[in-house]
Design a protein around this ligand. Structure first.
Ligand code: ATP
Ligand code: MG
Ligand code: MG
Length: 286
């Protein structure tokens, strides 16, 4: 008996991370689609569901329910759709199922990659991307600020863990590494190293100020092609130097030199005002 298999249908894989699989599935009773994440139930596996259940914010993936069972749903298994497994001490292995809000399949990772390919041959920068990036960064910082206000630290902020909801809002997901501020436990390094060449970890690992480092890297990546593009318009130059300054301070190797969330939020607002002024003045020139 697998509750997931019994209560849901039209199950499709959405993504597979290092520790969990995520499926799109229709809850039969409600006839509504959800995202269900299945995690091997090891020590601390519950912290993801526990944190999500305490967070309720427009920029955080919404949590609905969770349950445990000894069967792991496997989408690609041709013989049977769910399988039980035994752990090394011969007790049946348990799996945690987390039902949450279904988001777009396009993560922020995909968004950035798409923008970079679109922009590759443009000598002019893309003001639309700059505006969109700013809006994303503002929602992201609002979500992070909320997480901290509830005394949690996400510890795995990276574009692949940032989603878009069907309301088009930015949603922070993957709370698999979440911890609360009082907790000084070790960080499992293999989960936090970014697959590929880029790492979203700060030099001193995630503690206190380091989330801002991850945020700085993401904001930099959101704007990357613009920064390297040939934009020499005066207005844009001013904007870049301001955004460049914020990013530089966020990426400082001295944690205490990095700005607070509230400062970053304020600076992003100022950038937004400058963007409006610059788009008004350039439309007047035309
Ligand atoms: P990691 O290796 O990053 O720790 P993970 O196993 O913890 O991954 P998640 O990052 O939570 O798993 O999810 C894996 C992928 O599944 C995401 O990158 C995303 O593409 C997709 N996904 C996760 N949650 C949702 C959701 N609520 N709606 C739509 N897609 C989702
Ligand atoms: Mg992830
Ligand atoms: Mg994870």
């Amino acid at each position: 008996f697998c509750r997931f298999f019994t209560e849901y249908d039209r199950i499709k894989s959405l993504g597979k991370g290092a520790f969990g699989s995520v499926f799109k599935a229709r809850q039969k009773l409600l006839g509504k689609d959800f995202a269900v994440k299945i995690i091997r139930c090891k020590k601390k596996a519950l912290r993801e569901a526990r944190a999500l259940s305490e967070l309720s914010h427009v920029n955080i993936v919404r949590y609905y329910t969770c349950w445990m069972e000894d069967t792991q749903y496997q989408c690609d298994s041709s013989t049977d759709s769910n399988s039980s497994s035994q752990s090394s001490d011969n007790a049946p292995e348990m799996f945690l199922y987390i039902e949450m809000e279904l988001c777009d399949t396009k993560t922020l990772r995909v968004w950035i990659d798409e923008k970079n390919t679109q922009n590759v041959n443009k000598s002019q920068g893309n003001p639309q991307r700059r505006e969109e990036s700013l809006k994303i960064a503002q929602q992201l910082i609002t979500g992070v600020e909320y997480i901290h206000s509830k005394s949690f630290i996400h510890r795995d902020l990276k574009p692949a863990n940032i989603l878009f909801g069907c309301d088009d809002k930015v949603k922070i997901g993957d709370f698999g590494l979440v911890t609360d501020e009082s907790n000084n436990e070790e960080i499992p390094i293999e989960r936090t190293v970014y697959i590929g060449t880029r790492s979203y970890m700060s030099p001193e690992q995630v503690r206190d100020f380091s989330w801002i480092f991850c945020f700085g890297l993401i904001y930099f990546e959101l704007l990357w092609n613009l920064v390297t593009g040939h934009e020499r318009q005066d207005n844009c130059f001013v904007l870049f130097s301001i955004q460049g300054e914020i990013i530089k301070s966020m990426l400082s190797d001295q944690p205490q030199d990095r700005p607070e969330a509230s400062e970053v939020k304020l600076e992003l607002e100022q950038c937004g005002q400058l963007l409006t002024i610059s788009s008004l003045s350039s439309s007047k020139e035309v």
